[in-house]
Design a protein around this ligand. Structure first.
Ligand code: GTP
Ligand code: MG
Length: 548
């Protein structure tokens, strides 16, 4: 809903701000040189930044320099940026936490005639600027960067101008991936939510998981949040074997699930009644994984708040690790996810479609099946784990190595184009009826159940992550893989046409694969009756059969 409005803009004014930004960039660069950060380290750093930040609703006539000068009275500003959601907002990160306390001391509770306010104070503020007329250097009219992805037609045009399929895949990833600012905003929203949950659980943290942090997130993706109570102090206090000691007297419930439901119910109620900017709160407590869903209006994020969801946190960490191992992983995942969305194989509405998570696992499995393997199996990552990596969650072994330096990657030199063609060929002929996809073993296994698509849950190995997928959706996926595989073999498609810089560009390569399917049987997902395959698909099937 924010597609046309969301915009970012970043400015650097004021010498202390510029110097601080330079320092921060230098530190980030040196971190990068010293190796890749673990997801844990990244989360810690981002959380800490978020706690030093405020979110301010501004007016477009605001004078940028005056605004920064006004805030700088409370301390040095480390980083700031503006973006458009339902109005103009600023994210301001101070260098020191004390600045937030100092700033909040000077913030007034609004008094509105004919209305009353819930006096819940948060770091979401509104700028009042009485008596200021339009002035130079105001925030409106500045060039902005979009906060959501470009529209598919614009992407197709952009890709058609690239000179190779490899460049197209890199360009798609660059256009879709989360920006630095968007990522900071996600952590800030978690931190604001934490302030609400902290009313009951002062030591809790709220961490983002899923595509917000696993490296595969696209601008505009939902914000999955995890209310973490594992870090609260009493869990680690050892009860002495003899002598006097005290323990908390606590309410008990029948199961951990019941506890999670009651915590989410109360925190959800609080978000609904008191949470500034939180609208459309739905408590979905009877789902397999209970959650509270709402929209956070100032950021434009659709949020899912869960608790006690440690396995999902581990899946996130695993996906992040795979994405960091080889740059081709992220490019292929972004490309396949975009291709799937363009053809309605995935959807934002829950249903019988393949989910982005399942699709990502399918890409990872394909990369494990290359010769030599591009990424290691999960069993191999478990064997490399050190004592600190050991993790058992509800009886499931979620152990795998976190130290990148222990992982040896094999020297596979395939190009992105070869991998994309390979992906479509692989799944165009995969024996879905008999075999299950298994990234733990890196090899297909006999299917333990009769669901059309079986993808073993990497950590809860008796579960199928794609249990929801019906036969029609799987058939559509296979037919589209066949069509895309065929298209990539045609010189019409795989010959670069762009690069001239002119106004009219001819669609080619990956851009062609994103156009609506030409095959009658796979055009729409509502079609009930299967139609005979077109000649094109028939000849493709023949060619694939001959090959295999
Ligand atoms: P988006 O579609 O961009 O939101 O991708 P996502 O990866 O964030 O997926 P989603 O929001 O559906 O789920 C969030 C996270 O929960 C995923 O990244 C996984 O870590 C985990 N998850 C989702 N579905 C499953 C599932 O079926 N099984 C398991 N084990 N984890 C899941
Ligand atoms: Mg998500």
């Amino acid at each position: 809903c924010l597609q046309n409005a969301d915009k970012f803009l970043q400015r650097s004014v004021g010498t202390n701000v510029v110097a601080a930004q330079f320092e921060a960039t230098r530190k980030e660069e040196s971190d990068e040189k010293n190796g890749r950060k673990s997801l844990y380290a990244l989360q810690e750093e981002r959380q800490e930044q978020a706690e030093r930040s405020v979110l301010i609703s501004c007016q477009s006539t605001t004078n940028e320099k005056k605004f920064l000068k006004y805030l700088s009275k409370h301390g040095d500003i480390n980083k700031y940026f503006f973006y458009q959601s339902y109005g103009l907002y600023a994210v301001v990160e101070f260098t020191n936490r004390e600045s937030i306390a100092s700033l909040l001391e000077a913030v007034a509770i609004p008094s509105i005639s004919h209305e009353s306010v819930v006096p819940f104070k948060s770091r979401l503020l509104s700028l009042r600027n009485l008596g200021s007329a339009e002035s130079p250097n105001q925030l409106s009219g500045k060039p902005c960067q979009p906060q959501t992805t470009i529209l598919i037609n614009e992407l197709i045009q952009r890709l058609s101008r690239e000179e190779s399929i490899d460049q197209q895949m890199t360009s798609l990833t660059e256009a879709y991936q989360l920006t630095e600012e968007n990522s900071r905003l996600r952590f800030l929203v978690c931190s604001l939510l934490k302030d609400i949950a902290a009313a009951y659980f002062p030591e809790c943290t709220i961490k983002p998981f899923g595509s917000s942090v696993n490296g595969f997130g696209k601008l505009g993706c939902d914000l999955d949040m995890f209310l973490d109570l594992d870090g609260i102090s009493g869990w680690n206090v050892k009860i002495p074997k003899s002598g006097m000691s005290l323990e908390y007297h606590m309410k008990r419930a029948n199961s951990e699930r019941a506890v999670t439901q009651s915590i989410l119910s109360v925190v959800g109620e609080c978000v609904d009644q008191f949470g500034p900017g939180c609208v459309g709160v739905q408590k979905i407590l009877n789902a397999r994984c209970p959650l509270v869903r709402f929209a956070h209006q100032p950021s434009g994020f659709q949020c899912d708040l869960t608790a006690n969801n440690r396995v999902a946190m581990k899946s996130t960490e695993l996906l992040y690790l795979y994405g960091e191992l080889d740059p081709r992983v992220r490019c292929l995942v972004f490309t396949v996810r975009c291709w799937a969305r363009a053809h309605g194989i995935t959807s934002s509405i829950p249903g019988a479609w393949i989910t982005n998570f399942s699709l990502t696992v399918m890409v990872l499995f394909f990369l494990q099946r290359r010769n030599p393997r591009i990424i290691p199996t999960l069993d191999h990552l478990r064997d490399l784990a050190g004592p600190a990596d050991k993790s058992m969650i509800e009886g499931n072994d979620c152990t795998f190595v976190s130290d990148f330096s222990k992982i040896q990657v094999q020297s596979n030199k395939e190009t992105l184009e070869q991998l994309l063609s390979g992906f479509f060929e692989f799944y165009a002929t995969f024996p879905f009826s008999r075999m299950s996809i298994n990234i733990r073993k890196g090899k297909e296994q006999n299917k333990p159940e009769t669901t059309p698509l079986h993808i073993q849950n990497p950590f809860e190995t008796s579960l199928n992550v794609s249990k929801n997928v019906n036969a029609t959706q799987l058939e559509r996926f296979v037919a589209l893989c066949q069509e895309s595989s065929w298209l990539l073999q045609q010189s019409d498609t795989n010959t670069p046409r762009g690069g001239s810089g002119g106004d009219t560009v001819t669609t080619w390569g990956l851009a062609t694969l994103l156009l609506p399917s030409q095959v009658a049987g796979i055009k729409g997902r509502k079609r009930k009756r299967r139609e005979p395959a077109s000649d094109r698909i028939k000849s493709l099937l023949e060619s694939l059969k001959n090959k295999s």
